[in-house]
Design a protein around this ligand. Structure first.
Ligand code: HEC
Length: 119
């Protein structure tokens, strides 16, 4: 095999690996538009807060503060939000938000969830 060919194959392998790494990150990492952010913040503070506590310190559901979630895999938290936990009171939210939005919520929970804007 010529040296040129080897380089060519290596390039393609690298390009494929690069794309596979990047695509999921890119499609999930986009932040929702500002208006949608306001809706999602209200939903988490009010609807999720009714079980997880208005300050997200826990209630019927466990705390959703950064310290409580830090050790847990982001993927499993995202799917808990989207699909709920069958057999527990945690309901699925996939009728109300996209996967990217659930991912955004989980990232905000891990960073310290924003407060609702005061009018
Ligand atoms: C009706 C009550 C209820 C509502 C509303 C609710 N949850 Fe939950 N949630 C729970 C319970 C109970 C659990 C624990 C389930 C279990 O035992 O595994 C839970 C678990 C979770 C977990 C996993 C926590 C962990 O430590 O593994 C996340 C994340 C979560 N909820 C996020 C949300 C979000 C975000 C919302 C709103 C979009 C929401 N929940 C709304 C009751 C609720």
């Amino acid at each position: 095999m010529t040296r040129l060919r080897m380089t060519h194959i290596l390039d393609r392998v690298l390009a494929t690996l690069f794309l596979f790494h990047l695509l999921p990150a890119v499609s999930l990492a986009a932040d929702p538009a500002p208006e949608r952010v306001r809706e999602l913040v209200r939903m988490v503070r009010e609807d999720c807060g009714s079980c997880h506590g208005l300050t997200l310190k826990g209630g019927l559901g466990p705390p959703l503060l950064p310290d409580a979630l830090r050790e847990k895999p982001v993927e499993s938290l995202r799917y808990t939000v989207l699909l709920g936990r069958p057999g527990t009171p945690m309901p699925p939210w996939n009728a109300f938000m996209s996967e990217a939005e659930a991912d955004w919520i989980v990232r905000q929970l891990l960073a310290g969830f924003p407060e609702e804007e005061r009018k």
